[in-house]
Design a protein around this ligand. Structure first.
Ligand SMILES: Nc1ncnc2c1ncn2[C@@H]1O[C@H](COP(=O)(O)OP(=O)(O)OP(=O)(O)O)[C@@H](O)[C@H]1O
Length: 335
């Protein structure tokens, strides 16, 4: 196992004046055994970053190290990594056992050793009873476990996951998330996991890298990303519904943005006057959408709060210890 270092990594597609830079100098030190999730919207550069670590894309500038070895110019097969893809990429004509064993056979690992490794992976992933089946005889979740098994048997130093859960339905996604966590607890392999799903990021990661247009906006624990977002982008990307970002509400100085999470607003007779526009019932909670002047905002309340309906006027305030202030020009957190 190993640490993973990204040092001022840059990626450009194309050359000369037409070159398109898509990763703008990303640096991150990832410890041995850590589980890191890279999250961000479509096109922010997540897959490019992962593919550079895997060796499937050249690095335009900067360094990538696995352990203390610079891997910039190493072939994927020389990097001691294993990658799990979104589409599983299993061989349809091979059994589960052979799919898991294939990479080891190619690497000329002795067959007795292959059997030990595949059996161990199958036990961890609860695939033992399925080893003779073909991929078409498996459910989507089982296929994804075979894809993970194939990665495990290689005993890589680093695991790379490229949106591995996005083809699964919601229930299976939640279940597979738990399995990945269990796998990480048992094996402790340094992992880099790409997703556009903030829930996946928050639940799986020990630390999260939030990407925004090829720039790393924040690299921190899920708690910190949520409670101290580094930029307005992070504030609005993580959390559902997203943080309210107010420029024109009373008390907000020009040039600044006030951030308040929906759950940190409460009724207060001395607070802002809000026109209620819509109310959504979510079981135990309600979302109240309203307006202060030109600004839209959303408040999350529980059953203990009085009901509101569209057309009401409410007075609300934010919990003072839960305010976030950002610079309106740069979008960066001020305190
Ligand atoms: N081969 C390529 N040539 C030119 N530009 C590319 C190439 N591959 C990706 N890009 C561009 O690089 C940027 C980052 O793409 P990337 O696939 O890394 O984003 P992503 O965050 O993984 O998005 P998604 O979630 O949609 O997969 C995008 O603007 C994309 O258009």
């Amino acid at each position: 196992m190993a640490s993973l270092s990204l040092r001022n990594v840059i990626k450009r597609y194309g050359h000369g004046p037409k070159a398109n830079q898509v990763i703008h100098g990303v640096s991150a030190e990832i410890g041995d055994h850590e589980f890191i999730v890279i999250v961000g919207p479509s096109g922010c550069g997540k897959s490019t970053l992962l593919r550079m670590v895997a060796g499937l894309e050249d690095i335009s500038a900067g360094d990538i190290l696995i352990g203390d070895r610079v891997v910039n110019n190493l072939e994927p097969a020389e990097r001691d990594i294993a990658m799990v893809f979104q589409n599983y990429a299993l061989y349809p004509h091979m059994s589960v056992f052979d799919n898991m064993a294939y990479g080891l056979k190619i690497a000329k690992v002795p067959s007795a050793e292959i059997k030990v490794r595949v059996d161990k992976a199958a036990r961890i992933l609860e695939l033992g009873h399925l080893l003779d089946r073909k991929p078409r005889q498996l459910s989507g979740g089982q296929r994804q476990r075979v894809a993970m098994g194939r990665a495990i048997v290689r005993q890589p130093k680093v695991f790379l996951f490229d949106e591995p859960l996005s083809n699964l339905d919601a229930k299976l996604r939640a279940q597979t998330r738990l399995e990945i966590q269990k796998l990480h607890r048992e094996l402790g392999i340094t992992s880099l996991f790409v997703t556009h799903d903030q829930v996946e990021a928050m639940t799986l990661a020990q630390r999260i890298i939030v990407m925004n247009g090829g720039v790393m906006d924040q690299f921190a624990t899920p708690e910190e990303v949520y409670s101290r977002p580094a930029t307005t982008f992070v504030a609005s990307f993580i959390g559902s519904p997203p943080m309210n970002l107010l420029k024109h509400a009373p008390g907000v100085r020009p040039g600044t943005i006030l951030g308040i999470r929906p759950e940190h607003l409460m009724l207060d007779p001395n607070g802002w006057s809000v026109q209620v526009e819509q109310v959504e019932l979510l079981g135990a909670e309600r979302l109240i959408y309203g307006r202060i002047g030109e600004e839209q905002l959303v408040m999350r309340v529980d059953e203990s709060q009085p009901a509101a309906v569209a057309g009401d006027t409410m007075r609300i305030a934010a919990r003072p210890e839960k305010l976030h202030w950002f610079d309106a020009g740069s979008g960066k957190r001020m305190k």
